[in-house]
Design a binder for this molecule. Structure first.
Ligand code: FAD
Length: 258
């Protein structure tokens, strides 16, 4: 990926927090002119030792009304971008595209009662942005956030999720959110214990939510691992839940991370 200088801004890293050796969160300054809708992503650039710039897409975790930008990142062993990104420290510079992109946003859905947000790993990022914005709480009666990780220590942003409905502007919506973490490689009390596709197939996810996935009521957002997204889309298709397109509104919106 390349971008000419006028297409991006230089932002400063304010905070880097490691969650596990392979996961970390980062917060940067935000250009006052940078606008995005909750659920969108930006292209982030890092400068390598030889002076070249590597670009990758990153979903915003922060909400559109925050003054900073927050991101949640994997470290891919020998990954071209994340090897560089994970070396950066507070005060270092990151490049961020002036424009935000992506269609994993609430305007994909014209109606619906229940919003299912199904994520694997860092794919939870756009859902955290959407949940920190007001619109989703007004638009849906029930919101089910499913977060699949391999090990419990990979569950990020637990305090943020638990504290959402304690925020003043969300206090009236306390009963709407159901958070369903699922940990696939170890037993973890309070979490489900299977992959998202297995949980849908067995009916366990709907039982845990106390809701059924139907074309009439459900709107489903999928983010993260492309295999999870493909397999889940196939299962949803069998229930008549279709991808939502501009020319044909449907029930499903997706963002593949690779
Ligand atoms: P790459 O060469 O890009 O990837 C190498 C391999 O690593 C991939 O083939 C895949 O197997 C694996 N991989 C890549 N990304 C991930 C991931 N996130 N989780 C697990 N395995 C992965 N990544 C984030 O960490 N956080 C985000 O918020 C995020 N948002 C994205 C939004 C969009 C729209 C897209 C397309 C991708 C997003 N990604 C995100 C992935 C990100 O762009 C890079 O792929 C990632 O930073 C790895 O870059 P790399 O050069 O180190 O490795």
């Amino acid at each position: 990926m390349t971008a000419s200088a006028e297409k991006y801004t230089h932002q400063t890293l304010l905070n880097v927090t490691s969650l596990t050796p392979n996961l970390f969160t980062l917060r940067t300054t935000r250009d006052p002119g940078f606008r995005f809708r909750a659920g969108q992503f930006a292209r982030m650039g890092v400068t390598k030792a030889d002076g070249s710039i590597v670009w990758r897409a990153y979903s915003m975790v922060s909400s559109p009304h925050d003054e900073f930008l927050e991101f949640f990142s994997i470290v891919v062993p020998d990954g071209e971008f994340t090897s560089e990104l994970s070396r950066l420290r507070e005060g270092d510079t990151l490049l961020i595209d002036r424009q935000a992109f992506g269609f994993l946003t609430l305007d994909r859905f014209v109606d619906g009662r229940d919003l299912w947000m199904l994520s694997t790993g860092t794919g939870i990022a756009p859902f955290l942005s959407i949940l920190q914005d007001f619109e989703v709480w007004e638009k849906f009666e029930r919101i089910i956030l499913v977060y699949s990780v391999r090990e419990a220590r990979e569950l990020a942003y637990q305090q943020l999720i638990a504290g959402l409905t304690e925020r003043d502007y969300l206090a009236d919506y306390a009963g709407k959110l159901l958070f369903l973490p699922t940990v696939t490689r170890e037993h973890y009390p309070g979490a489900l214990g299977g992959r998202i596709t297995q949980l849908i197939e067995s009916g366990e996810l709907e039982r845990a939510a106390g809701l059924q996935m139907t074309p009439e009521h459900s709107r489903v957002m999928l983010c993260g691992n492309p295999q999870m997204i493909d397999d889940t889309r196939q299962m949803l298709k069998l229930r008549d839940l279709q991808l939502s397109l501009s020319r044909r509104p449907g029930q499903v919106a997706v963002e593949n991370y690779w």
